[in-house]
Ligand binder design. Structure first.
Ligand code: FE2
Length: 423
């Protein structure tokens, strides 16, 4: 007897009329029209069944602090970092934990079941690290949380920062982070990349570095990241996040750089909602978009994900834990409007970040974890277009969240009552 049998689902790869059978928290069978006894059956009605959304880049220690103690007036990354510095002395572990747990509730309701969060390690007490490790334990039954040790104030610019990263990993943080473009000089930025990659190699953990998050066409830290990845044999274990400078770089240089990145098997995370608002702030018109070269990086064979980055914090005032919002923004800003490209945008918030995070058992194949989301949409493009309602969210075959279908009843003068299905 199966635990759960889903009928008539459409899968992201386009297969329709599919049945998905679940036993003991794992998918046992995926095939058309399966009939078998099950404790629970669900007719998907031809709608899209997707693996859960994955956010490869978030800041859970800062989330839901919007307006504390004030709002970012210039809208720049640098004022956001300064504002975060003003806020930090008033932070408490309890408040970080409560805000993070609230955010994780929002995430589950949106079918977002895996989050990689950076955590600021600048404070020698590592209070935020301890708080998010506590959150990781608390949410483990329903959400997978990976943590990145993030030296927000730089490692050469901030005394003790490298040791703090080492101590954070010893406490259980999963990944080494960095922020070379915030170091005092380009040379110190490059030195910080070298130091952090060497530390990650020594500790045996992956790297995910904020890199070249500026509009400076001469920023070169992703080149150093690719070089150190190869030098230390870290291929496939290193991620460059943001990479917004690539938007502004010389085209010839980028053509060489992308080859170096592909050789190093770097992963890329672009954060479209945040970078379309942070970048180009020092431009007159025309204003640069400031997003990295997503379709070109994908075409070069790199795995590229879209991340959310921030939500209601010193850097970004909006957001609702909806990775379809992120995909929608990425699609527009990167002009990924062909059918293939729109499907790639859906992949950029599902299977691509899953690959970057090294998730085991992710996907809709026999043997995978029974983690999936039923969307009120017929295919991935429609899911993005509508930011479709998450009708059901399952993890390990258990229903975690459900939402009623979005249906508006119209009452238009002179016309019979209408009930459009998609709104
Ligand atoms: Fe970030």
């Amino acid at each position: 007897m199966l635990d759960l049998l889903i009928h008539n689902a459409t899968l992201p790869d386009g297969r329709t009329g599919m049945s998905v059978a679940v036993q003991a928290g794992r998918i046992t069978t995926v095939e058309p029209g399966l009939q078998a006894p099950a404790h629970e059956e669900l007719d998907a009605g031809g709608l899209l069944l997707s693996p859960p959304f994955v956010d490869a880049h978030f800041h859970l220690d800062a989330t839901l602090t919007y307006g504390m103690p004030r709002v970012n007036q210039s809208g720049t990354l640098l004022e956001g970092i300064a504002l975060w510095g003003e806020l930090k002395p008033s932070l408490t572990a309890d408040a970080i934990i409560q805000r993070a747990l609230t955010y994780c509730d929002w995430a589950v309701a949106k079918g977002l079941l895996v989050v990689r969060s950076h955590v600021d390690t600048s404070d020698p007490s590592l209070m935020a690290v301890q708080a998010l490790l506590d959150v990781k334990r608390q949410v483990a039954p329903y959400l997978d949380l990976q943590l990145v040790a993030f030296p927000q104030m730089g490692v050469l610019r901030h005394p003790g920062a490298l040791d703090n990263v080492r101590r954070a990993v010893a406490l259980g943080v999963d990944v080494v982070g960095g922020i070379p473009h915030f170091e005092r000089t380009m040379q110190e930025g490059a030195a910080s990349v070298k130091l952090l990659c060497e530390l990650a190699a020594e500790l045996g953990v992956p790297v995910d570095m904020h890199c070249d998050e500026s509009d400076d066409p001469l920023s070169r830290h992703v080149e150093t990241l690719a070089f150190e990845t190869q030098r230390l044999g870290l291929q496939g274990r290193v991620t460059g996040s943001h990479l917004t400078s690539m938007h502004s770089m010389d085209n010839y240089y980028v053509s060489k750089l992308m080859g170096l990145m592909a050789e190093a098997r770097l992963h890329v995370v672009s954060n479209p909602c945040v970078n379309i608002t942070l970048q180009g702030r020092f431009d007159n018109y025309p204003k640069r978009r400031g997003l990295t070269r997503v379709p070109e990086l994908m075409a070069a064979g790199l795995t590229v994900a879209f991340g959310q980055d921030d939500l209601m914090d010193p850097w970004y005032s909006l957001g609702c834990a909806d990775m379809l919002d992120v995909a929608y923004m990425g699609l527009h800003v990167a002009q990924m409007t062909s059918q293939i490209a729109m499907h790639q945008c859906f992949d950029a918030v599902t299977i691509n970040p899953a690959r970057i995070l090294g998730l085991q058992g992710y996907g809709l194949d026999a043997g995978c974890h029974a983690d999936f989301v039923l969307l009120q949409a017929r295919d991935p493009v429609e899911a993005i277009r509508l930011r479709a309602t998450r009708l059901k969210v399952y993890r390990r075959g258990k229903l975690l969240a459900s939402s009623p279908a979005s249906i508006a009843k119209l009452n238009l003068t002179g016309r019979p009552p209408q009930t459009p299905f998609y709104t």
